[in-house]
Design a binder for this molecule. Structure first.
Ligand SMILES: [Zn+2]
Length: 644
């Protein structure tokens, strides 16, 4: 290759990923490496990410087309005639699918997806009004009603705009292309011309715009977007500025004073995520304190063992402390995703493994259950027990969950590593490679592991030259403590002499006693090719809930590594709700590569409770990972089993 051509090619590559270099928030201790620098090549996430790219994303685009979600934009643009079709806030699904596509485009070349994406972006740009306004329902049918009643919880006018702006920021960050970013900036400027100090003081009735504006600020450096995001966060619960919506929209008291997580769970999680983002950008201590209180309220008292949140279908909302019913668990997939976002933000702000523990719990359980192995069916609610009347659906009229799943799977790599100064953090374990640039050296990391099925992790640390820095390895909560923080879940030891985690560096065993904050710190002059071997023993754990969780009284759940298990009717002669798991039942883990895409199951003997019968017949128990339920036949399912 001649030199000029090489320079041009390097220039193109740099331009392509240009958006990925951006100003990092100053009050965030950790920073994830660019998504393009992390390659997941494991047996767990990689196939799911591939299914997302090849099946779920095209399926979502296609369904958005068939359900008029995309043609609504063409109508708003005047390219075709017709009335608005579908639910008022359907615009948001298209933006979320575009955001998911942007993560894929930022990590691998996919010309077909790029063309598809650019086509949809072109239609969206055409639908934007000359002043920047963009919301199909009003533009097509009721242009006189723009911003006339933003408190209507069915319209989601500002919420849709939030997703538009987030998609624009992410698309630019991932691809370096400005076609969607320009639409986002014009829309944000339009919103800023109407809302703000000395203008209208209402806040969106469904949070999203706040975090989106802060993201737009991060990728553009334009302070006015940060200020507008801050304005909306400050105005929430501020009765002096507008008529309040109440706790359903976390608008019952000023943001900084909030301590208990209440109301609609997705709104609440996006609310906390936006607050964390604002703290990371500004260092506002009151916000951080509020985030910590709301974190504890969420994860110490109101979270399912799967990481699902939002216990009640009434208002799709958080319930009272310890109110965690199983069969009626709402635990919306979007709320789990919101908790992933909140947990990751908090982890980056202050590297405590508690945040990564929750992140991991949700990812492997309460989030992942939201999408079928096929990638084409979805749960909206993620119940923890079922009589068999609840199944995944190919789509929903309100399709917030399917379009949210595609925003998470392509960016799993973002959650695995982080860095600060001369330190690298390994937050999650997944086979693959990553490149982390420390000041003065570039470090290639290679993880080899069969996590989450096996707890052995071989990490090759390969700096481009010998260099002193710290590696921080997370010792997961399930391996570290018997209790989750706040005591919501307690894990019984599998044996009296259960071994703790083990460590070798370049084949030499290292004694590990302390891991402050849940991270094991390995500080040394790292040489190219250094090998760290971490062993996280994965016994089967019996989990018990806090005594105040009435629904789980006298019951146990099974967990192995980060995976929470359940039992399904299809493996137990059509029923599971009569099963009893006695405390002395011997349980065994067994990997079944041919089952459910490859899972480690738990087998043993349970007993069956029969009405009127005095004897308890023995039953072969087969527990599968909770995320994988309802991928075969429908039927009963239970996570928590009675012990007597
Ligand atoms: Zn949803």
């Amino acid at each position: 290759m001649n030199r000029k051509l090489a320079v041009i090619l390097i220039g193109m590559v740099t331009a392509y990923f240009a958006g990925q270099t951006r100003a990092e928030p100053p009050h965030q201790q950790l920073h994830p490496p660019p998504l393009a620098d992390v390659r997941i090549a494991d047996e767990f996430w990689a196939p799911r990410m591939e299914t997302c790219r090849k099946v779920t994303l095209p399926y979502c685009f296609d369904t958005c087309e068939k359900t008029a979600r995309i043609s609504n934009f063409a109508k708003a643009a005047g390219r075709i005639d017709g009335k608005f079709e579908g639910i008022w806030f359907n615009d948001s699904d298209v933006y979320k699918v575009l955001e998911g596509a942007a993560y894929v485009l930022g990590t691998c070349r996919d010309p077909e997806l790029e063309e598809l994406t650019d086509g949809v972006i072109d239609t969206i740009a055409a639908a934007q009004q000359p002043d920047g306004y963009l919301y199909c329902f009003f533009t097509i049918d009721h242009p006189e009603q723009r911003f006339r009643n933003i408190r209507n919880p069915a319209r989601h006018e500002l919420y849709c705009m939030g997703h538009m702006i987030e998609a624009g920021a992410v698309h630019y960050e991932m691809t370096g292309k400005r076609n969607l970013l320009q639409v986002a900036c014009k829309l944000a400027d339009h919103i800023g011309s109407i809302f703000g100090p000395g203008k209208r003081h209402e806040v969106p009735e469904h949070q999203e715009l706040e975090l989106a504006l802060i993201k737009l600020y991060r990728v553009t450096g334009e302070k006015r977007y940060l200020e507008l995001g801050r304005f909306f966060i400050d105005q929430r619960g501020n009765a002096a500025g507008h008529e309040l919506y109440g706790s359903y929209s976390q608008d019952h008291m000023p943001t900084r004073q909030q301590s208990e997580i209440v109301g609609h769970a997705v709104r609440a999680m996006y609310h906390c995520t936006g607050m964390a983002d604002l703290y990371a950008a500004t260092g506002d201590q009151q916000l951080l304190q509020a985030c910590r209180r709301l974190w504890k309220s969420t994860t110490h008292r109101k979270m399912y063992v799967t990481g699902g949140v939002g216990a009640t279908g009434r208002g799709e909302a958080f319930g009272a402390d310890y109110q965690l019913p199983n069969e009626t668990a709402y635990a919306e997939t979007c709320a789990a995703i919101g908790l992933i976002f909140f947990a990751h933000r908090m982890l980056l702000i202050e590297p405590e493994a508690e945040y990564a523990d929750v992140l991991e719990r949700v990812l492997y359980n309460g989030f992942l259950s939201g999408v079928a192995l096929s990638g084409e069916e979805f749960f909206y609610q993620n119940r923890l027990a079922s009589k068999g009347d609840y199944r995944r659906q190919p789509w929903y009229g309100c399709a917030c969950c399917p379009s949210n799943v595609v925003r998470v799977l392509p960016k799993i790599g973002r959650y695995v590593y982080a860095q600060r100064d001369q330190s690298i953090y390994v937050n999650l374990y997944a086979a693959g490679t990553a490149k982390v640039n420390l000041e003065g050296t570039s470090v290639t990391l290679r993880q080899e592991t069969r996590y989450p099925w096996e707890g052995r992790v071989k990490l090759t640390v390969d700096p481009d030259r010998e260099h002193p820095f710290d590696m921080y390895l997370r010792i997961p909560g399930w391996c570290r403590d018997r209790e989750t923080p706040g005591g919501l879940y307690r894990m019984a030891a599998s044996a009296a002499d259960e071994p703790g985690p083990g460590l070798k560096i370049n084949g030499r065993e290292i004694d590990i006693e302390k891991y402050g904050g849940g991270y094991l710190r390995l500080g040394r002059r790292w040489k190219p090719g250094d090998v760290v071997e971490l062993h996280l023993p994965m016994p089967i754990r019996r989990v018990r809930a806090h005594p105040s969780v009435a629904a789980d009284a006298g019951r146990v759940a099974l967990q192995r590594g980060p995976i929470v298990y359940c039992v399904e009717a299809v493996d137990h002669g059509g029923r599971v709700q009569h099963l009893v798991l006695p405390p002395d039942a011997q349980l065994r883990a067994e990997h079944r590569p041919e089952m459910l895409g490859g899972v480690t199951v738990i087998t043993g003997k349970a007993t069956a409770r029969e009405a009127g019968s005095k004897t308890l017949p023995s039953v072969d128990l087969l527990a599968i990972p909770y995320y994988a339920w309802d991928n075969r036949a429908g039927g009963e399912m239970a996570v928590w089993l009675p012990e007597e």
